[in-house]
Ligand binder design. Structure first.
Ligand SMILES: [Zn+2]
Length: 428
């Protein structure tokens, strides 16, 4: 099958909705079973990792994480690949912004990790085409048969999209290395029907009165903070849709009501509970579409929050009320009368920050040390600042008061990810 056909096929084969959990389970069961069999046969690493357990016990397979995956990448891949060569190709592609780092029909990219070791991801052309079709199915509001001009603001490899340019669907790629002012002019000339960009870019376009009329806006690649969602949504007079993706896969997308649903048609997502009562968990990904670099029982360090009630759209795919961010976005503060530390998820920090002053337009909060939190605010010199949100938080969590350092916030969208809340200090 040609790549364009494969994309179209995947687009048509991607269910728009699932009626019941039973239907999802049935869909997954077949595909997972076939995939596990393939991976055991073709990946030396996984075959060893699963020794002693049968395919039917796949939900008991030991977990995999990023460090384990990167340490064993060559053996984990189901193809022969010279990793040294792959690394150097991916590196030079990043420098030259040549978005076709290929060895044969394999493309290689670095993950845009925000901290720690950077990941490498290896994808075949077929997987790429499949992926593009899937993203179209989840992303385009109206039929693929209408005319679409999709504008993509990305900081990483995107040659999957360019391949599917056709009479009806056109993709324009906007490289975040260029100055935002120039990118805004270019996107105004393009006037796309669909706009896919990190929320920091969408926010910039809204703040700078960008003159475009997209039918659909999709936030991708960064966590969408409610403060940005509100302003973007108001400016463009529409719901802000989301693609929630990571290097490890396309984890969720929004329905017509703007609710994130897990992409359970391409992966099984298990839960490692962080706080079961409140529905907080780390996802355990088993992606049954990725064959070159299989992702099986992969523990991801994002924290997701289950939506308690189902979604009005009627889709049985698991609804997520919020992506709370990565583990290193969680603050740790010292407990009262103890040497131990209490985890504080970013949402609590965000709420406390927002209570400082009702006129806050943008912010960041960084845990600088075990007892210091820097808070950057925009506009500056807001007065008065109400610290009761933080005081209540410290009291409720029974932790020692952290020193709060107020500074200014500014962020210009670029290849650097915007992270509003994160921890800079190591806790180990
Ligand atoms: Zn929904």
């Amino acid at each position: 099958m040609s790549n364009k056909l494969l994309t179209l096929w995947r687009y048509l084969r991607t269910p728009k909705k699932f009626k019941s959990r039973a239907q999802i389970e049935k869909w997954q069961r077949k595909r997972v079973a076939k995939h596990i069999k393939f991976v055991r046969k073709n990946s030396v690493f996984y075959a060893n990792h699963w020794q002693g357990l049968g395919d039917e016990d796949w939900q008991k397979f030991p977990l995999v994480n990023k460090a384990l995956m990167m340490d064993n990448l060559e053996n984990l891949l189901t193809i022969d690949l010279d990793l040294e060569e792959a690394y150097s190709i991916a590196k030079s592609a990043e420098i030259t912004r040549d978005f076709s780092p290929h060895i044969g029909d394999i493309s290689i990219g670095f993950s845009s990790g925000t901290s720690g070791s950077r990941g490498v991801h290896v994808v075949s052309d077929n997987e790429g085409s499949n992926w593009a079709g899937f993203m179209l199915a989840r992303g385009l509001g109206s039929s693929i048969l209408g005319k679409h001009h999709v504008a993509l603001f990305l900081r990483a490899n995107s040659n999957n999209y360019e391949k599917i340019n056709s009479k009806r669907i056109k993709f324009s790629f906007f490289d975040l290395l260029k100055p935002m002012e120039q990118l805004q002019k270019e996107v105004e000339i393009a006037n796309p029907t669909e706009l896919i960009a990190p929320p920091s870019v969408l926010r910039y376009l809204a703040d700078n009165n960008c003159k475009i009329n997209p039918k659909r806006i999709i936030s991708a690649a960064e966590v969408l903070d409610p403060i940005d969602e509100k302003i973007i949504s108001e400016y463009f007079s529409q719901i802000v849709h989301q693609f929630y993706t990571s290097t490890e896969g396309e984890m969720a997308a929004t329905c017509e009501f703007g609710t994130l649903h897990l992409n359970e048609s391409i992966m099984h997502i298990g839960k490692q509970w962080v706080d079961e009562e409140n529905g907080l968990f780390h996802p355990i990904l088993t992606d049954f579409m990725r064959t070159t670099q299989p992702i099986i029982r992969y523990l991801q360090n994002d924290i997701l929050v289950l939506q308690k009630e189902g979604c009005k759209c009627g889709d049985a795919r698991t609804a997520i009320s919020q992506v709370m961010g990565r583990s290193d976005d969680v603050f740790y503060l010292q407990k009262n009368n103890s040497d131990e530390f209490e985890p504080i998820v970013p949402d609590f920090i965000r709420r406390a920050v927002m209570r400082l002053n009702p006129k806050i337009e943008a912010y960041h909060a960084i845990q600088k040390s075990r007892s210091k939190i820097e808070i950057g605010l925009q506009p500056t010199n807001l007065d008065p600042l109400d610290f009761s949100g933080f005081e209540e938080l410290f009291k409720e969590k029974n932790v020692r008061k952290a020193e709060l350092i107020i500074t200014e916030h500014s962020h210009i969208p670029s290849t650097n990810k915007l992270r509003r809340i994160y921890r800079e200090c190591e806790m180990e």
